[in-house]
Design a protein around this ligand. Sequence first.
Ligand code: DX5
Ligand code: ZN
Length: 222
Amino acid sequence: MPAVRLAPSILSADLGRLADDITRAEAGGADVIHVDVMDGRYVPNLTFGAGVIAAAHRVTSLPIDVHLMVVEPERYLEPFAGAGASIFTFHPNATRHVQRHLVAARELGMRAGLALNPADPLTLVAEVLHDLDLLLLMTVNPGFGGQRYIPASTDKIRRARALLDGHGGRIWLEVDGGITLETIAQAWQAGADTFVAGSAVFGTPDPETALRALRRRCAVDV
Ligand code: DX5
Ligand code: ZN
């Protein structure tokens, strides 16, 4: 069975107390801090930029896992690397020269990730596995926190696991959207190893306890 990495998303944090929320997530066993960058074009919502990435980086030693839901994500390679991003994940249908940007992310010292929407086929990443460190499967349509996990995602996770195992199993398989105490175990059993959770962590009064409970769910059978 794969490792369990927890990636709390600050999209659902209390932005007035961002440092506190990140510290609590770290205390609860977070492995990375997930930062959702939205531009109001690729997705309807508008969120953070390099300033917030730098602020998160200042308050934790955990890797900053940046998920870009923006058109032309390549414009942010250098600014986000400079702000302290460790993982740079973008949507392949938001740009043209996907392979070039994966290489550039690595050259800047980041792990290179691609994100697929629920309707995107796995074949969108099949030709660039050599250049990939992380595959993010959206288990909701991107743009907002607090949506419901799409049940068909579980089978897609299984197929993605097989694809990545066929390539040596080095690439992280991250799931994002609607991950809760009710859904995390099936995603884990299907082969995901990295779990983004926003509302299931920061939408609760106690993010530390919420993270521990999510991790425990991966140890039980579904
Ligand atoms: C949604 C974002 C997610 C979001 C998940 O487009 O990519 O990372 O924060 O939120 P929850 O866990 O509440 O579904
Ligand atoms: Zn995300």
